[in-house]
Design a protein around this ligand. Sequence first.
Ligand code: MSS
Length: 366
Amino acid sequence: ASAAKPLPGYASFKNADAVIVHSSTTIETKRSAFGSSVITPTNQLYVRNNLPTPPESIVADRDAWAVQIDGVKKPAKLTVAELKKMGLETVTMVLQCSGNGRGFFPSKPSGTQWTVGAAGCVVWSGVPVRDVVKALGGVADGMVYMTGTGGEVLPAGIDPKTVMVERSVPAAAMQDALLAWEMNGEPVSLAHGGPLRLIVPGYTGVNNIKYIKQLAFTAKESEAHIMSHGYRISPPGAKGDPSQPSVQEMSVKSWINSPIPEDGNQSAGKVQIQGVAFGGMNAIKGVEVSIDGGKTWKQARLIGPDMGKYAWRQFALQADLPKGTYTLASRATDDKGNVQPETRGENQSGYNNTSWADHAVTVTVA
Ligand code: MSS
């Protein structure tokens, strides 16, 4: 077995026992570390950076960070200090990388082999984008996308479009979007996009632009490679291109966090089978649990506080397990009636895996 990789400097505050360091830009939460208190602690939340992390100096004077707002009637460059006076809202949201669950694809798509831990449920505070837009006279005519640009300083000598982190979502997503400066009750850390991050609730991780330096309402999608060719749902064997769907809205998903093989053998008797479920754009209606690999299902209980439709719900099912081997699975339903599917949608890059079968765990009770 290879030795655990050290935490990179910008993420040195992470709890090393609770995470798997895949690389200096990809850190996963251990399945055993999610707990049952809904919110993922900041020091356990996963990290995914597509580029090297900007220097700590960008969070030295947070209020001075400025974001250019374009594609509105009165474009303006606004500092965090100014944004703080324009509105305030808090949203609890599942932040999940588009590639979470890639590690379950038998085709082993290239990219980080995340299992369940490129996700967490976190609380963001900031100004609603719609308030900013209103203050600047509204969206300019003909603009149909909301395009956010990351504040990384790009390497010289290469076409910026090939590396920049810039993503477009439908402009309507601004209704629930925030420009956030606080996460889990603290100023947003550099690792998670401080001083200012675009939060698009219900959309996969990549659409939540860290250290945002420009927010523009645009007539067309960004031509940055990460938008035009990256993060596309392309058929197996095909390259990404703008004609394919982009990873945007998340859909209904759940998984079990306890008991899991990592916990070691279970002793026979009562057990609380427990996990998390979320609906992406919709609230969770219910979760069923199976102890026989999906042959039969029982309704689990939703436990803990309901933090709104963009948050995940904890669920639990009490079971009495005699000695034996069990394949535990969970299957969530959202309030629009969408049911988590048995199988993954095959795609070249291993995105959007919501398969309940892939997320099942096999445990031994002795
Ligand atoms: N932003 C920026 N600026 N940069 C980068 O790199 N990444 C993405 C997002 N944003 C980036 C950004 C991704 S891709 C993800 S997931 C996320 O972020 C993560 O987060 P955190 O905080 O956890 O780290 Mo996949 O879909």
